[in-house]
Design a protein around this ligand. Structure first.
Ligand code: ADP
Ligand code: ADP
Length: 218
């Protein structure tokens, strides 16, 4: 579960996130919808402890990110674990992350299998296509088998097959009882993937409801 309470982030004169409060529940895909610049990435970065709020709080499983004893076991994201050194193999990249997070090396083979990269384990990340890079990012996010997943625009740049694949994966995580927050600027993507929708604009909450409340109008 993710809880935001009056979350606010100011960059100089820009109010990127403005007094945002909402709860993301387990067992559902919660879509986080807003145009570019609305404050979605900034919000996710604060949930992940990559950026500090100006005021307010963001908690995962009842704690601020820096208070989680094993962050990678609590929350997985593409933002945090995404970038692999181009000369490092997929396997080495994941093994490094596993070791620095006290996870067993056996998890590396498991997550490579989960994302369909078992055969590419020995290849360098720099040789990966965009889609393979995205799969590697997801593998990293899954390393700690986290109950909470944050996905910032995960289908950006993927081909139709990749989009379908990730959509199925996301729906599966929620069905397993995980908490999933999925950001996108596309309502069409939300209509196909999300159960619930949180809509923001200019850093502020605009609407929050079951997806059916939004789609029945169309
Ligand atoms: P979204 O993810 O919805 O596209 P962002 O969270 O990236 O929105 O950006 C929200 C606002 O905050 C934008 O006006 C953006 O220009 C600004 N912003 C984001 N990051 C920074 C930063 N590091 N420094 C200054 N302004 C930023
Ligand atoms: P899996 O889904 O394969 O069980 P987990 O990430 O839940 O993956 O656990 C992987 C392994 O890490 C388990 O064998 C577990 O015993 C071990 N483990 C669990 N908690 C800790 C911990 N705090 N420190 C080190 N190892 C742990």
């Amino acid at each position: 579960m993710i809880q935001l309470n009056g979350l606010t982030k100011r960059y100089g004169a820009t109010l990127a996130v403005d007094d945002l409060s909402f709860t993301v529940r387990p067992g559902l895909v919660t879509g986080f919808l807003g145009p570019n610049g609305a404050g979605k990435s900034t919000t996710m970065r604060m949930i992940l402890g990559l950026d500090l709020p100006t005021s307010g709080t963001a908690t995962v499983l009842g704690r601020a990110h820096h208070e989680l004893p094993h962050p990678l076991r609590a929350v997985g994201s593409l933002l945090e674990a995404g970038a692999a050194h181009p000369r490092r193999t997929a396997y080495k990249h994941l093994l490094y992350l596993a070791q620095t997070n006290r996870l067993p090396a056996s998890r590396v083979d498991e997550v490579l299998g989960l994302v369909g990269l078992a055969d590419a384990a020995g290849r360098r990340a720099g040789e990966f296509s965009l889609g393979m890079g995205q799969r590697l990012g997801i593998a990293a996010a899954l390393l700690g088998d986290p109950p909470v997943l944050l996905l910032d625009e995960p289908v950006n740049g993927l081909d139709p097959e990749g989009v379908l694949w990730i959509r199925t994966l996301i729906r599966g995580w929620a069905a397993e009882g995980r908490t999933v927050l999925l950001s996108s600027h596309l309502m069409s993507e939300m209509a196909l993937t999300a159960d619930r929708l949180v809509v923001i604009g200019k850093g502020r909450l605009i609407a929050e409801a079951e997806i059916g409340e939004f789609t029945k109008e169309f």
